[in-house]
Design a protein around this ligand. Structure first.
Ligand SMILES: *Cc1c(COP(=O)(O)O)cnc(C)c1O
Length: 392
């Protein structure tokens, strides 16, 4: 069966007492056992019976199983946020004296996690241009524990060659870890491109309508020891498992993800093309535009759609602030891939706490506005942008 059918019809792992048609939400912290033997088996991993919801919960497992089925992964673990998925994964592969090879172009909190939080525990950050393979090759050394990247960087929209990076990583016996939040995992096969561990902020496309925060670690089973460490060490000791309530909301989001994404990506493509006709916009950055420098590579890796995030550059910071203040329909908010379209000025918000020099290093420009395109009618979105630019 096709993915969209499977996304809807995954069966529960065990029959529900009342034949509930949708997944019941098991709001419980703990589970009772018939006797000491089955209890010992559950706690020592000899059975899959749930014991404690910091580590396992039937509603969360149902959500994880749906994604396992859609991606063909060996295991999927749902976390309380995208950042929890990222931090738990990096802590599972890194250690004092090791280093993470990555880019300066990435989500602000991930950058801060790697360059500041993890560095306090003796984990190095080796930052390089991941689109320059010779530089990557020089940057990886015997203490590297992974190559980490985002598939379309936010907000620079840079795309690296996953197959080539996987080849370098695997030659050095380290995993390629990719944050694929920018394009739903239902659209392309990241493991076929060489990704060993895929990370998703499910707060974004999956949650559908900004209902909840969540993160996923999609483990293809090709990084030795990783899966076991995640379930038997990280979940227990760091305690960032997804809640059953979030899993319920995100299961509903997953069931209609395909329908929403089709509209959102088509809206974004149409809008990107039309925004180029407005003289106040100096640049429209969207990998779906045929003359975007990453268009061909993005298409070959991710298929015909290019996501629902684009950026526009205006004359200066004042022009950006006045544009944002003038918006009537598009909401002033962070987050991505909500049903509503959203606008934000990354330099003064998400990247506001960084120094000017750090922002320069990360190519975060004062002139850039990030737009996340929702399910509205494209004409209405275009009209709002045009009036906010005060163009007739
Ligand atoms: C939002 C985001 C994250 C962090 O996810 P949270 O769910 O907000 O913790 C990580 N990576 C990317 C690319 C994101 O857009």
């Amino acid at each position: 069966m096709k993915k969209q059918t499977r996304a809807i019809h995954t069966r529960f792992q065990s029959p529900d007492a009342y034949n509930s048609l949708s997944m019941p939400v098991y709001h419980t912290a703990a589970y009772e056992f018939d006797n000491a033997n089955v209890m010992a088996d559950a706690f020592c991993g000899r059975s899959s019976a749930p014991d404690y919801s910091r580590v396992t919960n039937p509603t969360v497992i149902y959500f994880e199983n749906k994604i396992k089925d859609l991606t063909g992964a060996k295991d999927v673990i749902a976390f309380s946020s995208g950042m929890a998925a990222i931090s738990n994964s990096l802590m599972a592969v890194a250690g004092a004296g090791k280093n993470i090879v990555t880019s300066r172009h990435m989500f602000g909190n991930t950058y801060a996690l790697i360059t500041s939080t993890l560095s306090r525990f003796g984990v190095g950050a080796r930052l390089c241009d991941l689109t320059d393979l010779a530089e990557v090759e020089k940057t990886v050394d015997e203490n590297s524990c992974c190559i980490y990247l985002e598939i379309i960087t936010n907000p620079q929209m840079e795309v690296a060659d996953l197959r080539a990076l996987a080849e370098i990583a695997h030659r050095h016996n380290i995993p390629l870890i990719a944050d694929t939040t920018a394009i739903p995992f239902t659209e392309f096969d990241s493991h076929a491109l060489g990704v060993d561990i895929e990370i998703v902020s499910s707060t974004k496309y999956l949650s559908g309508g900004a209902t909840s925060i969540g993160g996923l670690v999609i483990d293809y089973g090709t990084c030795e020891g990783f899966g076991k460490r995640m379930r038997s060490e990280m979940l227990l000791n760091l305690g960032a498992y997804m809640t059953p309530h979030a899993a319920y909301m995100q299961t509903l989001g997953l069931e209609n993800l395909d329908a929403r994404y089709r509209i959102q990506s088509a809206n974004t493509q149409a809008l990107a093309e039309r925004l180029r006709t407005l003289p106040a916009i100096r640049r429209v950055n969207y990998v779906g535009l045929p003359d975007n420098p990453y268009h061909d590579l993005a298409r070959s890796q991710f298929g015909p759609t290019a996501g629902a995030m684009l950026t526009i550059d205006l004359a200066d910071r004042d022009a950006c602030f006045s544009f944002i203040n003038n918006l009537r329909l598009i909401r002033r908010a962070t987050n991505l891939f909500d049903n509503r379209s959203l606008a934000i000025h990354p330099a003064s918000t998400i990247f506001g706490p960084f120094t000017d020099e750090q922002r320069r290093d990360m190519d975060i420009l004062d002139t850039t506005i990030r737009l996340s395109i929702g399910l509205e009618d494209v004409d209405d979105l275009f009209d709002d942008i045009r009036q906010a630019l005060q163009e007739s």
